[in-house]
Write a protein that binds this ligand. Structure first.
Ligand SMILES: N[C@@H](CCC(=O)N[C@@H](CS)C(=O)NCC(=O)O)C(=O)O
Length: 230
């Protein structure tokens, strides 16, 4: 078995693509420890040209490849049926799909704007000109996102209420143990943790304790990734 994960690369080893983090956690969940991680940069998507598209993650398994984090989760579930399940069956998969749709609603407006400046600062330096030009078309001047994020954080945090209520009654989004729905949500928190010192969640919030549990999984795999948060 030879597995390679192509993921978005940042400067100095920072890896902060939320969709790649979903896949990384899913691979660990399946007990996969031996795989190569290859960074792909905004300016040059040639390493994943074989997938006929330009987004990460892309998983290569021998002579097969899969792009898109959701398709990769399906692939892992199909190819490693005897290992811990990511979905726990069709019903769990359908519910994880709802979680995915919900969390996407919180990206824009939301976490994307909150982290825009941090994301810029963590790009590989050679990606910066391209990224600035591209993002400013959608968001206006990047510098305008540098300060005054508290209000945005407050609004975003309030929208997390369904997550908060769920996690005050059970340790994981998926119930007693983590599964793919948890990795979907965690991808965003891990992205923030990797590139930003901004405080998103208070320590007495049930979401905080959940995130700590997520960071502890797989021998602290996500916790030890390069990060800015304290
Ligand atoms: N639906 C895709 C989304 C993947 C995606 O948006 N990846 C971003 C990184 S977080 C990307 O590759 N961006 C590169 C670009 O926009 O050129 C998935 O779940 O894998």
């Amino acid at each position: 078995m030879s597995l390679t994960l192509y993921e978005l690369g940042g400067r100095d080893g920072f890896r902060y693509c939320p969709f790649c983090w979903r896949t990384l956690m899913a691979m660990k969940h399946k007990g996969l420890d031996e795989f190569e991680r290859v960074p792909v940069y905004y300016r040059d998507k040639s390493p994943i040209a074989f997938s006929n598209q330009g987004l990460t993650p892309v998983l290569v398994d021998g002579d097969r490849w899969v792009n898109d984090s959701w398709a990769i989760a399906d692939y892992l579930e199909e190819v490693f049926p005897d290992r811990p399940s990511l979905f726990g069956g069709d019903m769990g998969r359908a519910q994880a799909s709802f979680v995915s749709a919900w969390i996407l609603q919180l990206h824009r407006p939301g976490l994307t704007e909150i982290l825009l400046w941090d994301a810029f600062e963590h790009l590989d330096p050679q990606d910066r000109d391209w990224w600035r030009k591209d993002r400013q078309l959608h968001f206006g001047r990047l510098e305008d996102y540098r300060e005054g994020r508290e209000e945005r954080v407050r609004e975003w945090c309030a929208k997390l209420e369904p997550l908060r209520v769920t996690l005050s009654g059970q340790p994981f989004v998926s119930g007693e143990a983590p599964a793919y729905a948890d990795y979907i949500v965690f991808g965003d928190f891990q992205r923030a943790r990797c590139i930003s010192r901004i405080k998103l969640i208070e320590a007495d919030d049930p979401i905080y304790a959940w995130r700590e549990r997520m960071l502890d999984l797989f021998g602290g795999f996500a916790r030890t990734a390069p990060h800015e948060a304290a």
